[in-house]
Design a protein around this ligand. Structure first.
Ligand code: SF4
Length: 482
């Protein structure tokens, strides 16, 4: 089928007229139309490359974007030197945007040599109107712009761009829609992230996520269970249930169920041997969930429980809606039920108004909880968040000094607690060949700790028993028990 320019409008009108209304049929239809055009435009196979920034939610979105492009006849390329380059952006920190602009400068030079090349930008950064305006004005070589709420529409937007010849911009304010059953290209054959909900209603005062990911909406439990059944049939043994705040799962459903109840249902799926989830918000973590984790054979004994600060005063300013005492009490209840659980966290240092006493409270929580590890961040002002307008921004030198003290404390405790399983046999999910040690593979224990031991690629994707011979602080060296 050849499409001559003057036929394009006729062709386009005809295709749009015949397009299904409902999803995912509509997008699968446009995948086929794009496949036809790509064949003609690129003489057979075209290539795509996705640059992904930010969190596991974005990584999961990129798997869906890759699935749509493969369905539309593209082949994945390792570098940005591809027929279609797509940036799936993050905007959690001010400097995240700068990275994208850096890449746009580079890809513009590639496109100058290869005019048929297409460039797209999506994700959280595109939910910010001023960034979209900047791209439209100063980066006119960009072909497609869309946000976080309509990533499922990539094929339709590609079709529009290919048949109109001009930049396609389609950023939604929000959505209540969850489109199921779209193709996704999984990064690992043996494990997969599974979105259980989208958006966040918590509005922590330093966080831009609620403004770029919208209001919470949970997927139907039947759809989640159906997706995981398919994954299990496809060889997946470990799933990571994903949400900005998984503990409020189900609240927006017509017939609400709790997150704990969802876990009970996932636990019953044959073939799934490990269940992980993130991220938890301490204010919503229920005793029901603790009980389900305790009784479970499959839910991994690892909980990522961001505290952010140990000071009740600062937690109030952060709008976290729990106090230092409530957080510590929650940890006590979790530990009482599961003494062997691995706890990790996120901590922000230097939040506006943070005093030395506030910081001491944070150190006190770290000493009391004794985390396996902690992601520690220096507070970074994020325009568009309430905290950015707060007085008493803490002087840089003070923040730096506190950050160093915190890191030292966290690392010291981590090296003490992370060797607790030394000289025991632990089930390890083998994830990859070790890139530094020939003849070694690398895997993770249930509590997420890394283990390196002698073995070959045939073990990848299997859960094997490993005797932990040596602790290296954040990981173990071991040998397989046969
Ligand atoms: S819970 Fe708070 S920090 Fe997490 S995504 Fe929501 S607003 Fe941001």
């Amino acid at each position: 089928m050849t499409i001559k320019t003057d036929d394009t409008n006729y062709y386009r009108e005809k295709i749009l007229r015949e397009a299904p209304e409902t999803e995912p049929e509509r997008q699968l239809y446009f995948c086929e139309r794009v496949r036809e055009i790509v064949k003609e435009r690129y003489g057979g196979e075209a290539t795509f490359h996705i640059e992904t920034y930010g969190c596991q939610m974005n990584a999961k979105d990129s798997e869906k974007l890759a699935g749509l492009l493969l369905q539309a006849g593209f082949r994945e390329a390792e570098t940005e030197n591809a027929d279609f380059v797509l940036y799936n952006t993050c905007t959690v920190r001010e400097n995240a945007n700068q990275k994208v602009y850096g890449h746009l400068g580079y890809v513009h030079s590639l496109k100058n040599k290869r005019p048929s090349m297409l460039v797209g930008i999506c994700g959280c950064m595109m939910q910010e109107a001023e960034e979209v305006e900047k791209i439209k004005k100063s980066y006119r070589f960009v072909d497609i712009i869309f946000g976080t709420h309509n990533i499922f529409k990539l094929a339709e937007l590609l079709f529009d761009r290919l048949t109109t010849g001009h930049m396609e911009v389609d950023v939604w304010e929000g959505t209540t829609e969850v489109v199921e059953d779209l193709p996704a290209e999984r990064k690992y054959p043996f494990k997969s992230g599974v979105n259980i909900m989208f958006g966040c209603n918590n509005f922590c005062s330093y966080c831009i996520v609620p403004y770029v990911r919208g209001r919470e909406r949970s997927r139907e439990p039947e759809d989640i269970v159906a997706e995981i059944r398919k994954l299990a049939a496809d060889g997946v043994v470990e799933v990571m249930l994903l949400g900005q705040n998984v503990n409020s799962y189900g609240k927006t459903l017509d017939s609400p169920i709790s997150f704990a109840e969802l876990l009970r249902r996932v636990e019953k799926i044959d073939g799934i041997e490990r269940i992980r989830f993130m991220t938890s918000h301490p204010k919503d973590l229920s005793d029901e969930l603790i009980q389900v984790m305790k009784e479970s054979k499959k839910i991994c004994r690892h909980l990522h429980l961001p505290v952010q600060s140990g000071s009740t005063e600062i937690l109030k300013k952060m709008n976290r809606r729990y106090t230092k005492e409530q957080y510590l009490d929650l940890v006590d209840r979790i530990r009482a039920a599961m003494p062997d659980i691995s706890l990790t966290t996120d901590i922000i240092v230097g939040f506006p108004g943070e005093t030395e006493e506030d910081f001491e409270d944070t150190l006190d929580v770290v000493r009391k909880v004794r985390y396996d590890s902690a992601f520690t961040f220096i507070y970074s002002k994020r325009s568009g968040t309430p905290a950015a307008a707060m007085e008493n921004q803490v002087p840089e030198a003070a923040v730096k000094e506190r950050f160093d003290r915190l890191l030292k404390e966290v690392q010291q405790i981590s090296s003490e607690v992370c060797c607790r399983d030394l000289h025991t046999v632990q089930p390890v999910l083998v994830e990859e060949k070790n890139s530094h040690m020939d003849g070694y593979v690398t895997g993770r224990m249930g509590n997420n700790t890394l283990v390196h031991f002698p073995g070959d690629e045939s073990l990848i994707g299997a859960i094997v028993d490993v005797y932990l011979e040596e602790s290296k602080g954040f990981y173990y060296m071991g040998r397989q028990e046969v």
